[in-house]
Write a protein that binds this ligand. Structure first.
Ligand SMILES: Nc1ncnc2c1ncn2[C@@H]1O[C@H](COP(=O)(O)OP(=O)(O)OP(=O)(O)O)[C@@H](O)[C@H]1O
Length: 259
């Protein structure tokens, strides 16, 4: 198999990762390293386990009744299933952006201020303001919302709401950002803006994105991992995966023979 091992230490590393939902095994013995400062795309047909893998990284599967994970998964070499690990802290280090933009029914300002406030990241209102403004700026949204920070987050367009959710994730200084089909509810222009943003963010964050769009994976990622029926079939440089994959299954998927 085309096994990608990053040159530096992997930011996130899975070894022999199995995930079960009740009796059903959703992931089989996944070995995958995710490098810092890159965008890694997870692709594959519906139900192949992409979202399941993504949700392991911030232990969102803990919230799914009957879900069971075995094998090892590390963040900076530390086991994320260590009993002593604080899951709230883990989810601050590993932020998540979902398929459907899900701003809180609060003001634009409060959407971004919420995380830093509960994590005690600002000493006073001025510091909080600075975090909110910086996060909106990094998410490419500040110019559009600066004059309406007290309006509801839900009053924004879908694309703006998704960038607000990205600002909300950034506000707690994450190291990794997980994105589960972040553009599937957006029109092409909003999608292009989010993709541009992903490219800008990769200098400072490790990004893992699940996408059904191979064009999107090709545009935004440097590494692509192809899953099929709960197994990792192949991982490699994105260009290589899309032009010269090693595995016939990958070839079949990228050429649209199944999926
Ligand atoms: N909460 C759950 N309870 C039971 N089974 C689940 C649950 N979530 C996912 N599964 C099953 O696990 C397998 C992997 O699902 P997952 O959502 O990870 O796949 P996916 O590749 O992200 O699919 P899609 O592209 O359709 O979102 C599927 O067979 C799915 O039915």
């Amino acid at each position: 198999m085309n096994q990608y091992i990053p040159k530096g230490t992997a930011k996130v590393s899975a070894r022999g990762l199995d995930v079960f939902y009740g009796d059903k095994q959703a992931l089989h013995h996944i070995d995958l390293d995710i490098a810092a400062g890159e965008v890694t795309a997870l692709i594959g047909p519906s139900g192949c386990g992409k979202s399941t893998f993504l949700r392991c990284i911030n232990r969102m599967n803990d919230l799914v009744e009957g879900a069971r994970v075995s094998g090892t998964l590390t963040l900076d070499g530390n086991d994320i299933h260590d009993r002593r690990l604080d899951v709230v802290q883990l989810r601050a280090r590993v932020g998540m952006v979902f398929q459907k933009p899900n701003p809180f029914p609060k003001s634009i300002y409060e959407n971004v201020a919420y995380g830093p406030r509960i994590h005690g990241l600002a000493r006073d209102r001025a510091e909080l303001d600075e975090i909110v403004m910086n996060s909106l700026e990094k998410a490419g949204l500040l110019a559009e919302v600066e004059s309406r920070l007290s309006e509801s987050g839900t009053s924004l367009s879908g694309g703006q709401q998704q960038r607000l959710c990205i600002a909300r994730a950034i506000a707690v200084n994450p190291e990794v950002i997980l994105m589960d089909e972040p553009c599937s509810a957006l029109d092409p222009i909003a999608t292009a803006k989010v993709e541009e943003l992903i490219d800008e963010l990769r200098d400072n964050y490790t990004i893992v994105i699940v996408t059904h769009s191979m064009q999107q994976a090709a545009r935004v990622s440097q590494r692509t991992a192809f899953f099929h029926l709960g197994k990792l079939i192949e991982v490699g440089g994105t260009e290589e995966i899309f032009t010269n994959p090693c595995e016939p299954l990958t070839q079949g998927y990228i050429t649209g023979r199944f999926g």
